[in-house]
Design a protein around this ligand. Sequence first.
Ligand code: KET
Length: 461
Amino acid sequence: MFLRPAAQDLLRRTADIGVLRTTASNLRGARSAVVSTTSTCTPSPRRGFADAASATAVGNTSHWAHFNMAPPDPIIGLNEAYNKDDSPDKVNVGVGAYRCDQGAPYVLPVVREAEKAIIAEGMDHEYSGIAGDPDFVNLALKFVYGDDCAALREKRVAGVQTLSGTGGLRVFGETLATFGHKHIYVPNPTWGNHIPIFTNAGLEVRKYRYYDNDTCSLDFSNLIDDMRAMPEGSCILLHACAHNPTGMDPTVDQWKDISDVALERNLLPFFDSAYQGFASGDARKDAAAVRMFVEEGHNIAVVQSFSKNFGLYGQRVGALSVVAAEPDEASRVLSQLKVHIRPSYSNPPRHGARIVTKILADPEKTNDFVDQCMGMAKRIDGMRYELRQALEGLGSSRSWDHVTSQIGMFAYSGLTKDQVVALREKHHIYCTLDGRISMAGVTSNNVEYIARAIHDVTGGK
Ligand code: KET
């Protein structure tokens, strides 16, 4: 598409408005946001390419002139906005990344030790296999399914190392689409990135009811009704623990009911386990739902992230596993996962997986990890109480009970979009537009400031 400078300028300005509009519409998903903001001013990327070729033919100077500005990511984009803010008061409670009580990134001491040992061993940097490091995969699976899991013993679990949780979700989404799945059900609300991940994998994303905004609790009977209405064989994404963004998990009895309905409807439960250790503080306990479903005879799939619990965000350490009916089926599934990985990124990176392997292969280091993960969960829990107390202390007439009844990394505050924008513009506090506050970024130093700002933007009610 050939655009004169004036038209390019108009397009840029329209895209800027799009950024604002998209920021405001937040968690409808990055992909749908791109579609809605670009539809008035640019062709689809495919058409854009064809047009770009003809534009070159008529003498356009750039191949990229028809590229409009994409909206910032609703979560990671907050880091960019925060970094640009030069207020000394600014607070980042956007992305779910743990901070110590001084507000700094935290490297677990047991991770530091493992790194030293790895360096001392002088390991090489050869390619991994397509499925990653088998030792890492075995330990990751034991970590989530438990040492005594019958499916593991019977060698009917297919597992691969992935580019953290996000990469595992994408690989599994693509594999599902290849093998006949047209849609996937995700909770409403869910982690915003689920929607573009599965859409880009070729699946239609459908939602099931999960949370009742009025009562700030699980919308359990509607969740079950929606499950009963799902077409047989559908894949249903479940958050293994510490649901993002609501911090509200089913109880053990409710998990049992979910499992029963999933069996009745022959649904495929797919667990996203991104916070194992951040719910109860005990990584073993947090795997209870996954383990229950395997015991109940489901052929589940699980994606694990080691970003939060091991604090290995930038190392991209994850695993994807599928529980099959028997070993031969597991081998066939594994072969198909590899078919998706190889043309995507060939094989996963080594270093982060080596760190997790060093820790989980050693019972003493594993215990240290459990203690240190518990320490992070406890600090977050403490901040929940302090934030609630501070809000109540300011005389807010609204109930803030949910701040302490929710679990995991986030407080789903109930703040409206306008209130979130006011928090950002007036008080330099950055949280996502759905009112999700990363409690991992709340510290003894900023909790009072955050409470006062919330009190201000809510008018104390
Ligand atoms: N699943 C869930 C539920 C999740 O919250 C995240 C990350 C991921 C998967 C992916 O994590 P990975 O680092 O790819 O293993 N959530 C936080 C960070 C992000 O948005 O990327 C967040 O919600 O802030």
